[in-house]
Design a protein around this ligand. Structure first.
Ligand code: TYC
Length: 115
C-alpha cells in the first residue's frame, strides 16, 4: 500500500522587488483525525479479575496499571481504557464485548469521540 507523505500547503511565491522573493505562511488545511476513547462501564457481576485480564490482553496494560484502571471503573462507574482512531476503537469494543459474552459476563464498553 502506498503511504501518504505529509502534506505541506502550497507556498505562493511573490516577487517583492527585482531579486528577492517573499514566502507566505498558510494555515495547515488538513485537520488531525478525530480520535475515540474506549470507555468501560462498571457493573455488579463481572469479576474484577476478568476486567484486569481484558485490560492487559486488549489494551496492553501491565498488571498494576490494569488493576488501577479496573478499580477506578469500579469506584467511579466508568473509566477510559485507551484512545484510538475510530476503526481501532470500534475493534477494541468488539473484542471486549465478544470476550465478555463468551465468558457470560455483562461487561459493557463503548467508544466515544474526544475533543
Ligand atoms: N464491580 C465489579 C465487581 O465488584 C468489578 C468491575 C470493575 C466490573 C470494572 C466491571 O468495568 C468493570 N465485581
Amino acid at each position: 500500500m502506498a503511504s501518504k507523505l505529509p502534506q505541506t500547503p502550497p507556498q505562493p511565491l511573490r516577487t517583492n522587488d527585482g531579486d528577492s522573493v517573499v514566502l507566505e505562511r498558510r494555515a495547515q488545511k488538513t485537520k488531525p483525525p478525530q480520535m475515540y476513547q474506549v470507555v468501560m462501564l462498571n457493573d455488579d457481576y463481572t469479576p474484577m479479575e476478568f476486567v484486569v485480564m481484558v485490560l492487559q490482553q486488549f489494551f496492553s496494560k501491565d498488571r498494576e496499571t490494569a488493576t488501577q484502571i479496573m478499580l477506578k471503573i469500579h469506584l467511579d462507574g466508568k473509566g477510559v481504557c485507551g484512545v484510538f482512531s475510530k476503526d481501532v476503537a470500534a475493534s477494541k469494543v468488539d473484542q471486549v464485548m465478544d470476550a465478555a459474552n463468551q465468558a457470560g459476563h455483562p461487561l459493557q464498553c463503548l467508544s466515544e469521540p474526544i475533543d
